[in-house]
Write a protein that binds this ligand. Structure first.
Ligand SMILES: Cc1cc2nc3c(=O)[nH]c(=O)nc-3n(C[C@H](O)[C@H](O)[C@H](O)COP(=O)(O)OP(=O)(O)OC[C@H]3O[C@@H](n4cnc5c(N)ncnc54)[C@H](O)[C@@H]3O)c2cc1C
Length: 295
């Protein structure tokens, strides 16, 4: 398995984008089976560069993150990125998790603060971490991992001081030892370009800033999700979604078309890769990658 920073460096030399796919641990055994035996194998045919698996706010899905990471690495011989958050963890517990991550041969961690349960504010666990930059520093001190962090082209939803202050905090995460940044999803590429240009030219950040993208599959679903994560739906996109309404088949077709155009423009403007929020389904992401000639 490789360090993900090395994957970006190698592909950069080849002038090829790095394609990564994100999954979340399902809540049920049927969901596990569908993900592991159907959707991940279907997506593997597109030959991604690495996959990532999210880490839940608590409960049983947390344990599944490493199970899925392990299976991706063993069954598909593909590098995986384990997400890890500060929520409900002391430093000792994080140290124990790092040992487990190392033991299954996973070399890469996406270090995050983590989302609090809906409607509440993040509470630091006594003996834990307040910000992800502290988690990054801790991981760097403990073991030899490749480390990624989250970036927010529209600014993080909880950063009262605005996006420039949030981007300054992102610079601190990179300074603490992150090798690459994966962004929150966004629909207006101008937001990503402003974010990238500010970080690289004004703040001197020179690690890959990788756009996170999604192919919409439901108008109501994407409205709910963007509300939670604080991403905006541009007016023209909102009007199309209103016209599509509850017709999910039409939403998925439109989502593939929109994501294809968005990704094409990002790559033409020099994005180092594309990180797909797959929603644990193969069909739309496979079609977008095929449209781009990247499958
Ligand atoms: C690619 C990606 C993957 C994700 N995967 C998961 C996942 O698997 N599980 C999950 O629960 N969530 C996940 N999230 C969501 C993420 O955990 C939340 O958005 C969370 O609220 C912020 O995480 P962070 O790591 O950016 O936090 P931080 O970097 O700690 O930032 C949190 C807030 O604190 C501010 N801040 C940072 N440092 C300072 C400082 N020194 N002083 C004052 N303010 C500061 C920031 O501006 C921001 O507003 C993911 C997000 C992305 C983009």
């Amino acid at each position: 398995m490789q360090f993900i920073g090395d994957i970006y460096a190698a592909k950069r030399l080849l002038k090829r984008p790095v394609i990564s796919l994100e999954f979340f641990p399902p809540k049920t055994d049927e969901g596990d089976k569908a993900l592991l035996e159907k959707h991940i194998p279907a997506l593997m045919q597109t030959r991604p560069d690495f996959c990532s698996v999210t880490y839940g706010a608590g409960g049983s899905t947390r344990e599944k993150t490493l199970m899925i990471v392990d299976r991706i690495q063993r069954e598909h011989k593909l590098t995986a990125l384990a997400h890890l958050t500060c929520v409900n963890h002391t430093r000792e517990q994080v140290g124990e998790l790092l040992r487990k991550i190392k033991d299954i041969g996973c070399k890469n961690i996406l270090a995050l603060r983590g989302d609090p349960p809906p409607g509440s504010e993040f509470q630091m666990t006594p003996g834990g971490f307040e910000y992800s930059s502290q988690l990054v520093k801790f991981i760097r001190e403990q073991k030899d991992f490749g480390i990624g962090v989250a970036g927010f082209p529209e600014g993080h939803v909880a950063c009262q001081e605005g996006k420039l202050a949030d981007w300054q905090h992102l610079k601190e995460k990179v300074a603490a030892g992150a090798d690459f940044v994966i962004t929150q999803l966004f629909f207006d590429n101008a937001d990503y370009f402003e974010f990238r240009d500010h970080l690289t030219t004004k703040l001197g950040v020179n690690v890959p800033l990788v756009p996170g993208v999604i192919a919409i599959v439901s108008a109501a679903g994407i409205r709910k999700f963007t509300q939670l994560c604080g991403a905006k739906i541009p007016p023209a996109l909102g009007a199309r979604l209103d016209a599509i309404g509850a017709d999910d088949a039409a939403a998925a077709e439109f989502g593939i078309e929109y994501a294809t155009q968005q990704c094409d423009a990002l790559l033409k403007a020099g994005a180092p890769g594309l990180h797909f929020y797959t929603l644990n389904k193969a069909a739309s992401t496979v079609r977008v990658l095929k449209n781009l000639g990247l499958a």
